[in-house]
Design a protein around this ligand. Structure first.
Ligand code: EPZ
Length: 425
């Protein structure tokens, strides 16, 4: 397993380009199953999660071509059996369910396991598909979903106990585009990645209105055609590097290929914490400079347009050395605090209790060998390593490689002193 050695104390500077969004790419790649025509998708990040999805699509019978960020997929002759050995590696594999049931009337997908950020149920996904008339059986850890008579549009409320579901909304939207009649999704997720999927589907001939609001209306059509689509920038990667600019640079760094309208919460919180955030006129480039009087603040995650749960670990790393007290509450994944124990090993003063982390800023972190646990927790450890005294060794780097395209290359481009130590296979 690869490791990352982060030599702290160097000030970042310069500029990088942000990659295409992993979380937009995954459902969009799955949506290629909805048509027998070729789809071309640009700016798909080369990370292990998108590679897993392409492996699943190939195993389902798709022709898949990939070169430098562009993916070509033709799902002419496909079957409904998603391979367990790949599906078990990535929860987002469940977003092949909706397209398979819509296209073939059947889907066999293994039930995804939990993960370190907490329980990851799929009850809302199944509620959505059953709402359209699908039948769901579970057999040997697999879900067997059938809709022999096709899917019928309906009004379905997808709200769960933690609010809307992103991939659940995606799955239902993808199933509904080929259903008979009209489907209305109430309490829909309105993340930018859901909007990007709706844009992709509409470019294939779907009739979706209201994406980006809590109520999405889908008029079913008989079939979809091919398309050529460019994925939106990765707002979580951008937010992660914005935090890097605030906590580990003297004169600031610049991030290109971003979207200002998708970074409002991270921007507001960085400014509230005393840092300087400046977008260019077009809103596609941002410069972050550390403030001269940074402070901690309070964060409560919420479904979009609230503060993203995928950004709270990175801000926690920043608050570890911000003067004052910060309180981070995750209402979406109340157990998503694995990074705190590792940050504490680096000298941070953090107490985790009942879905919140209370951080007392300290003057200095010190390097330590730490363990990556999930994608965003791992990114938080890299950020802490940039700031810490000494060299931090981050183990299980595969967690980062799931969702950050060439993170070591980008950090080197910003002047960071990092080394990827190739592990034995
Ligand atoms: C997406 O996961 C993202 N993943 C996650 O990012 C992100 O943290 C999450 O949305 C929340 O924003 C992708 O887009 C690939 P949810 P998803 O369904 O869709 C509960 C990352 O770091 N729930 O919106 O799987 C669930 O337990 C990843 O890039 C149910 O109760 O998350 C959670 O509390 C991590 N029943 C809440 O809803 C269900 O059937 C939101 O989960 C489904 C979800």
């Amino acid at each position: 397993m690869d490791k990352l050695l982060v030599h702290g104390g160097t000030s970042l500077s310069g500029a990088i380009n942000i990659s295409g969004s992993k979380n937009a790419s995954l459902p969009i790649l799955a949506a290629a199953l909805l048509t027998e025509k070729q789809v071309i998708i640009e700016r798909v990040p080369d990370v292990s999660d998108t590679n897993y999805m392409l492996q699943i699509l190939s195993a389902l019978g798709c022709e898949v071509e990939r070169y430098s960020g562009t993916v070509k997929i033709t799902a002419a002759n496909i079957h409904p059996e998603a391979p367990y050995e790949i599906v078990r590696k990535m929860r987002a594999s469940i977003c092949v369910m909706g397209p398979l049931v819509a296209r073939l009337g059947k889907a066999n997908v293994s039930i995804p396991g939990g993960c370190v950020i907490g329980d990851r149920p799929i009850d809302l996904h199944l509620k959505g598909l059953q709402g359209l008339g699908a039948e769901v059986d579970t057999e040997g850890g697999n879900m067997c979903i059938t809709a022999e008579k096709g899917l019928i549009g309906k009004e379905i409320d997808l709200r769960g106990k933690h609010g809307p579901t992103v991939l659940g909304t995606d799955n239902l939207m993808m199933a509904a585009v080929l259903a008979e009649g009209t489907t209305i999704i109430e309490s829909a997720a309105c993340e930018p990645e859901v909007v990007d999927l709706a844009d992709f589907l509409n470019s294939m001939g779907a009739q979706i209105e209201g994406a980006g609001t809590r109520r999405i209306t889908i008029q079913g059509v008989r079939s979809l055609g091919g398309t050529h689509h460019t994925v939106i920038p990765d707002r979580i990667e951008a937010g992660t590097f914005m935090v890097a600019g605030a906590m580990a640079s003297e004169d600031g760094i610049t991030l290109n290929r971003v979207r200002e309208d998708q970074l409002t919460e991270a921007t507001h919180k960085l400014i509230e914490a005393g840092h300087l955030v400046t977008f260019n006129e077009a809103g596609n480039s941002v410069t972050i400079q550390p403030g001269d009087q940074p402070s901690g603040c309070a964060i409560t995650t919420a479904p979009h347009p609230g503060f993203p749960t995928d950004m709270q670990a990175q801000f926690t790393a920043m608050f570890a050395t911000s003067p004052g007290i910060s309180v981070i509450e995750d209402t979406i994944f109340p157990q998503r605090f694995m990074h705190c124990a590792e940050l504490t090993r680096m000298g941070a003063n953090i107490n985790v209790d009942n879905g919140s982390a209370i951080v007392h800023g300290v003057d200095q972190l010190s390097a330590a060998p730490v363990m990556a646990s999930d994608l965003r927790a791992s990114a938080a450890l890299v950020l802490a390593g940039l700031r810490a005294k000494g060299s931090t060794e981050i183990n299980r780097l595969y967690h980062i490689d799931r969702g950050y395209e060439m993170i070591d290359e980008k950090l080197l481009q910003l002047g960071a002193k990092v080394e990827r130590l190739r592990g034995s296979i």
